[in-house]
Design a protein around this ligand. Sequence first.
Ligand code: F6R
Length: 242
Amino acid sequence: MQIIKAKDYDHMSRMAANVIAAQVILKPDCVLGLATGSTPIGTYEELVRRYNNGDLDFSAVTSVNLDEYKGLSPENDQSYRYFMNDHLFKHVNIRQDSTYVPNGLEPDSAAACAAYDEIIRQAGGIDLQLLGLGHNGHIGFNEPSDVFETDTHCVDLTQSTIDANARFFASMDEVPRQAYTMGIGTIMRAKKILLVVSGKAKAQIVRDAFFGPCTPQVPASVLQLHKDVILVGDEEALSLIP
Ligand code: F6R
């Protein structure tokens, strides 16, 4: 694993954008695995800035996102499709029909997940997967568990996640209870993985995930077994690593 220590969040975002930009420049028709969440927002802003400067061309890129809430439409501003449109896709020249997010409106979980794995397989697999890190070590919606789930699957959101999301919805009934997520096997098959972490609150889990035992109780710890991982973190997030 390669660790890149950045000064602060903005520096982390520029360093992460360097890795993604290099991927797009070296292989213009690459498959990018993308993430939502607060950490990569600055990275996406930086990529948009470089696109606007004429330094990046996304016209041949395919993207596959990690996860989506089951039951949310792309128009719902809490959906991950909406997030990606808002933060990246509508600002660059990626073809909308080459951007994939699990279909939250497919009620048949098995069908939704199998279709998504097939999309990734047809695309030829993921060249570079961008990941954030949950406070409990989750990647995508792969939460701590007794096993590593390999393929795209449907997860039941924990009550704490449901409660935390409630503020974004008009009523409790509208809060998603489940999500579709890429599995650990799919993530591990990506040729290269870029993980972004920022802030003191992530320091302990960064240490546990990358310097503790490899266990499904800390899903990100499986990345210790991948041969090409770049961890880009700011000083606070990396402050507890040995
Ligand atoms: C996002 C995702 C999640 C986040 C993680 C960290 O698509 O799958 O695993 O990467 O929850 O989120 P932030 O960056 O908000 O701390």
